[in-house]
Structures are given as C-alpha cells and as structure tokens.
Design a protein around this ligand. Structure first.
Ligand code: ADP
Length: 583
C-alpha cells in the first residue's frame, strides 16, 4: 500500500475531488444497507400476514428513492475519482516526455526505445489504475465491507455474523498469495512486451536493411517467437487471475452455507425471524463485492507499485548535461578554441580524441578532414555539448561552453548532421523547424542559399508539399539541402556542416559553398567533408587520424607539406577527371 503514500503529492493536489469522491462513496455504502433491510421487513410482514397495500407502496417508494440516489451518487464519485486519476497519467506523461527531451544522447545509447515506450504506455496506465480503481476498491471494500458487517452484527445477529466470517481470514491469506504470484507473472509479461516493442521498433526502422539482405523470413520467425513469448507470459497471468475468482466463490459459498445452516437453526429456535435471515443472506451477498474488490486491490496496487517504481527510477535518472546556476543567458559569440587533452566516450576504455588544440577566429572557416572514424563528428558533438566529460575545455568567445545556457549555445550553432531527420510535415515547416514564425520570404531565402529552391518548386505543392512517409520521397541530396536550409534559417553565429553535402554532386556542393561564403561573411563556419574540394577555401584545415591532428594549415600549406592531404587531394582530382571523362 506504500504506493498510496508515494502518490500522496497527487492526492493532495486533487484533494477536493478525492475527498468529495470518497465522501460520496461512503454515502453509497450506507445507502446500500437499506434495501436488504427493507426486503427483510416486508418478508416478515408477509410471513405474519400483516402486509398492507399502503405499506408496500411506502416501502417501494423508499427502495426506488434509494436506488435513484445511489445511481446519481455513483455517477458523481466515478467522475471525481476516475476523472482525477486521468489527470495523474497526464502529469506523469508530461514529466516523462520532458525528461526524455532533456536527456542526452548518452542516455539513449544505454536505454532501449521499447522500454521507454512501455514506460510511457503500460506503466502509466497501471499507475492511473492505482489512483482510480485502486482508491475506489480500497475505500469501497473497507466501507461497504465494514458497514455491512456492522449492520449484520448489530441489527441482526452477532453470533451468525461471527460464524459466517470464519472463512474470511483464509480469503485474506489467499488473496495476498495471489497478489504476489500475479505481481511476479505480470512483471515477466511486461518485460516480454517491452522486448517485443523494442524488436518491432528496430525491425521497422531497419526494414530496408532486412530486405536488402533477404532476412525477412528470419525476422518474421524472430518476431513470431517473441510474440509467442508475450502470449505465454500473459496466459500465465490470466491463469493465475482466473484461479482467483473460483477460489473466492468457494469461500463465499461456504459462508452462505453457514448462514443458511445456522440461520435456519436460529429461526427454528425463534432467535431470528425469517425476514431477518433473508436480510442477513442479502447482506452476505453484498459482502462478495468488497471481498473481490479487496483481491483486485492487491493486484491493481501491485501493478501500480511496480510501474510507479520504474517510472520514478527513470525520472530520477540525472540529466547529465544541464545548465549550471550562473550560466549566461546570452548568445555566445567570438573565437572558438579547442583545448582538449583527451576525450573518451562513456563506457569506452580508450580515449577517442587526444591533444586537440586549435583556435578559430570569429568569422573564419574551419575544415576538418580525415578517414571515416577518425573522430571528426565527435569533435563537433563536443562543441554542441552532446557529450561532455573531456579533459580540458572548449572556449567560445573566451568563455567555457558550460558557462552559457545550453539553449543559447545551441541557438548560436546551426548543426547539420550527415543524416538529418525530416518530419512528416510540409517542406516549409521542415525548414522553419527552429523558428515557426519565419515568413515565407525568409524560408525561400534559406532554401535558395541551400540550392534547394528550384527543386522545391518542382514538387506538386511547392513549399506546401508534405515530406516523409506520408508525402513525397526525397533523394538523399534533397534531404541534406533541406537540412542545410533549416540551419541557415537560424542564421547562426556558427554553421556546422558535418559531412552534410555527401549526397550532393560536386557542382551543387560548390554552388552551395560559394553562396554561403558570400552570405555568411563575418560568421564562423565549420565543415567536415570527405571531398577535400569542399574545404579547400577554409582559413584553417586540420587532418584527423585516430583522434589526433596530424596535419594543419591552409590548403596551400598542406599541399606543400605533401603528406596525407596532398595525396588525397590529387587522388580526388583525378577521380573527378575520370568521372567526367576528362572534361
Ligand atoms: P568520423 O566523423 O571521423 O567518421 P566519428 O567521430 O563519427 O568519426 O567516430 C569516431 C569513432 O567514435 C568511431 O570509431 C565510432 O565508432 C566512435 N563513436 C562514435 N559515436 C560514439 C558513441 N556515441 N559512443 C561510443 N563510440 C562512438
């Protein structure tokens, strides 16, 4: 029951609704006592032959009145209690979502997407159940149960009540045993479901690869197995669940048997009237619901507790990359200096970057080249604070990156990765992603700079064409150019192109780069590229190998140096020539 305490903050917040809901529940529990009593009284009058029409009408009016009152009150407590519990899942869902958006890529590297989805769906609904049905069953089983027992003992026969309650302790024990069993099996079912979620998500995102390698059958088989596993584990839950009701029926059956057997004896001994016995057995019938509710309470609360624990653990997970108290609320501006002795990815044993010392004046262009895996992207990820934990510092305008609010830092840097994500929205909305208030002129201007304007005009609905799964499918190069337009619209202090021209041809690349040179005068640009022609105009070029700078200088310096850069440059020039037949 600890979970009710843990949810205390919420009950406090929704105090009014819960107090009124519980109050109405108590009234309903009391009203429930009336009909059995009335039936007993009428039965006695029939038995004694003293029943009159007027009396019958009177009692029927009472019964109908009580019935209507219970109907109305039940409606309102449902709204109050269940209505509030929906709010709980909304609050938790928002918290989770906000937490998810604050977490850094390192968090997503170690969490499974399927688990996160399961927390956001199954776990939240289990918690909501606890705050709704859980509270209801707790209050209702205690109040209805308590009132009925009191009515039986004090208004009919305490002896008979005691006898009929004998089976109850067994029921409490069995209920708690079922609760534990259910919790265990439910947990396993939940885990299996989460694995299945993960697998589905992975397969759907990787469907192209799966098809390319003809792995469909294997994948389907794998899915079938996992899905079977979920079914099996849920069947176990269902089996335990299904055993519960019959067990309860046996126990209530025994109770009824005792009430009739002993009650009949008391009637024969004149200790009890027929009407009282009828009332008594009807009351006993009313006890079945609270008993069952008590059983359900256990499993609802068990599920809720397990889910709440998981969600709470997740919410407690620290956001690794946060603003410190005195972080500057200004846009960073100025020179960029890397002074990094060493950087190791979380969980790795070897450092990936070593001795990166370089300085870039505001307004200059830096070109970073090197083999795949040499650490180019990593270097950029440190600049946008996707990862931290390096030895040394990175300065921006003379201040450490951490001295700025993360939001301001990211606002100053327009980062375009190689593979950017486009949303299922219009082209215009995708470009204006960071600034939904942008005018269509601004959007078109950015698109022109990124050399995608003409392509967009060719689409059926121009800038209003939907892209992504539900709309037009774009080539890799078009996606890249839309991503660049998106970054350019921010007109960032620093534009970072992380191999983001890999899918466009050399001519388009040159066109984009030269329009950037003209339009971004005085602003800093950092480009990583496989094609050396893309960075040859840079003020500073560095060549990375195994996370170290092995060459640095301008294009001319590096050509003169006559090492990796020159070799690669000549090689690429030749390739270009061959591709275009020497023209
Ligand atoms: P490049 O951009 O030069 O191709 P990267 O910086 O992307 O190189 O990657 C350099 C190395 O870092 C690669 O060996 C890659 O496997 C590793 N790496 C990249 N991202 C991560 C990460 N998030 N966690 C651990 N290792 C990573």
């Amino acid at each position: 029951m600890k979970v009710f305490l843990e949810l205390g903050w919420f009950f406090k917040q929704e105090k009014k609704a819960y107090i009124s809901g519980v109050f109405l529940l108590l009234i309903v529990a009391l009203l429930q006592l009336v009909p059995p009593k009335v039936i007993g009284i009428i039965a006695d009058h029939i038995n004694e032959g003293t029943i009159t029409k007027a009396m019958l009408v009177e009692w029927v009016i009472v019964l109908v009145g009580v019935g209507i009152a219970m109907y109305v009150l039940r409606y309102y407590w449902r709204i109050m209690i269940f209505g509030s519990s929906v709010k709980l899942s909304k609050i938790l869902r928002n918290r989770l979502y906000q937490h998810f958006t604050n977490m850094s890529p390192a968090f997503y590297q170690k969490s499974r997407v399927g688990d996160l989805m399961a927390h956001a769906t199954n776990d939240l609904s289990a918690i909501q159940q606890t705050a709704g049905a859980g509270v209801l069953t707790l209050v209702d089983s205690l109040s209805t149960g308590g009132f009925v027992i009191i009515a039986m003992a004090f208004t009919i026969s305490w002896k008979l009540t005691l006898i009929c309650l004998i089976p109850m302790p067994f029921m409490a024990m069995l209920t708690s045993w079922f609760g534990t069993m259910l919790h265990k099996s439910f947990y396993k079912a939940q885990e299996a479901f989460s694995s299945l979620n993960d697998k589905t998500q992975e397969s759907i995102s990787g469907i192209k690869v799966i098809k390319t390698f003809g792995q469909e059958q294997e994948d389907i088989e794998d899915f079938r197995k996992q899905s079977e596993d979920v079914v099996q584990k849920n069947i176990v839950v269902a089996k335990i669940d299904s055993l519960y009701d019959p067990t309860i029926s046996i126990i209530t059956g025994i109770s009824f048997f005792l009430s009739i057997a002993f009650g009949a004896k008391y009637v024969l001994n004149d200790e009890l009237s027929i009407g009282e016995l009828i009332s008594f057995t009807t009351y006993l019938g009313l006890l079945i619901w609270p008993m069952l509710a008590f059983g359900w309470l256990f499993n609802i609360v068990e599920r809720g507790r397990a889910s709440y624990d998981r969600v709470a653990t997740l919410l407690r997970e620290k956001v690794e990359i946060t603003d410190h108290d005195k972080a500057l609320d200004t846009l960073p501006y100025g020179d960029i200096q890397y002074q990094i002795a060493e950087f190791t990815y979380p969980g790795d044993s070897q450092p990936l970057l070593n001795d990166i010392f370089l300085s870039l004046n505001a307004g200059e262009t830096l070109g970073i080249v090197g083999k795949t895996g040499s650490g180019k992207t990593t270097l950029l990820k440190l600049l946008i604070r996707e990862f931290e934990g390096y030895q040394g510092e990175i300065l921006f305008g003379g201040q450490k990156l951490q001295d700025y609010k993360l939001e301001k830092l990211r606002e100053a840097i327009g980062y375009v990765p190689q593979d950017h994500f486009l949303f299922s929205a219009t082209v215009a909305e995708n470009i204006a992603f960071t600034d939904p208030t942008a005018t269509s002129e601004e959007i078109e201007h950015a698109a022109k700079l990124a050399n995608i304007h003409d392509d967009i005009l060719q689409f059926t609905d121009g800038y209003q064409t939907i892209v992504g799964e539900r709309g037009v499918s774009l080539s890799g190069g078009q996606k890249q150019r839309i991503s660049i337009a998106r970054a350019l619209l921010m007109n960032p202090e620093v534009l970072v192109l992380d191999d983001s021209l890999s899918a466009v041809d050399a001519k388009t690349e040159e066109a984009i780069l030269s329009s950037l040179r003209q339009n971004r005068k005085g602003k800093t640009t950092i480009i990583t590229s496989h094609r050396l022609s893309a960075i040859q105009h840079a003020n500073l070029i560095i060549v990375l190998e195994n996370g170290q700078v092995i060459e640095r200088g301008t294009h001319e310096d590096l050509m003169e140096l006559d090492e990796w850069y020159k070799e690669m440059y000549v090689h690429q020039q030749l390739e270009e020539l061959v591709e275009h037949g020497g023209h």
